[in-house]
Write a protein that binds this ligand. Structure first.
Ligand code: IMP
Length: 200
């Protein structure tokens, strides 16, 4: 079955295809000729995922899903959460989201923090061809490291150590990360949901 993933991020598309395995033919926005910027104005991961999936479903009328991820840091009251991508840009008044500055800012804000517990959370919204809406989630608990480690992955990976691990996501292989990650878990929940709905 073909499913549109409402993303232009090739890295995510690749990761999702790897996690989902062969049962799903996942195509991205570029594959269907959609180059529009999809608004993301919600205040929760769930709202943003639904907003993006509805945008695509409204225009193309076929089954699609969208995701939204945030890093929730307990010592920061759950920030940056839904604003994870643009956190440093918002806090420091930068013009563009900047992954490196996000990591630097996190290390700075967490200096001397009594608790370093955090979690990545991913919400995936699925809208089936008939318009029915579903949302699944995936969470991975962990801690914010005191310095960067590793070259792999992206975003906050160099400073996120999953619970029970002694290395960061950036030091892990794609397979190791996918086995426990927020997106890995949310994607498997999506596959379970689709099996339950008889879609795959
Ligand atoms: P998105 O909703 O997947 O685009 O994620 C929002 C932001 O969360 C990204 O820009 C990254 O900063 C961060 N993020 C999401 N997933 C990951 C991950 O697997 N590792 C590290 N950072 C991530």
């Amino acid at each position: 079955m073909q499913l549109i993933f409402a993303t232009n991020n090739q890295h995510k598309l690749q990761e999702l295809r790897q996690i989902a395995g062969g049962g799903l033919d996942i195509v991205g926005l570029a594959d269907i000729g959609c180059s529009q910027e999809i608004p993301e104005t919600g205040t929760t991961l769930r709202d943003n995922a639904l907003q993006k999936a509805r945008f695509v479903h409204d225009r193309y009328g076929c089954a699609c899903f969208a995701d939204d991820t945030g890093l929730e840091v307990d010592a920061l009251g759950g920030a940056p959460g839904v604003y994870s991508a643009r956190w440093a840009a918002m806090e420091l008044g930068l013009d563009h989201p900047d992954s490196e500055r996000n990591v630097s800012l996190m290390l700075e804000r967490m200096e001397g923090a009594a608790s370093r517990t955090a979690r990545f959370r991913t919400a995936i919204a699925l809208i089936t061809a008939d318009g029915a809406e579903h949302v699944v989630e995936g969470v991975v608990e962990g801690e914010i490291a005191t310095e960067r480690h590793g070259e792999g992955g992206f975003g906050y990976d160099p400073i996120f150590v999953p619970s029970g691990w002694s290395k960061t996501f950036a030091e892990a292989s794609a397979e190791e990360k996918n086995a426990v990650s927020h997106r890995g878990r949310a994607t498997r929940a999506l596959a379970d949901l689709m099996r339950g709905l008889g879609l795959i």
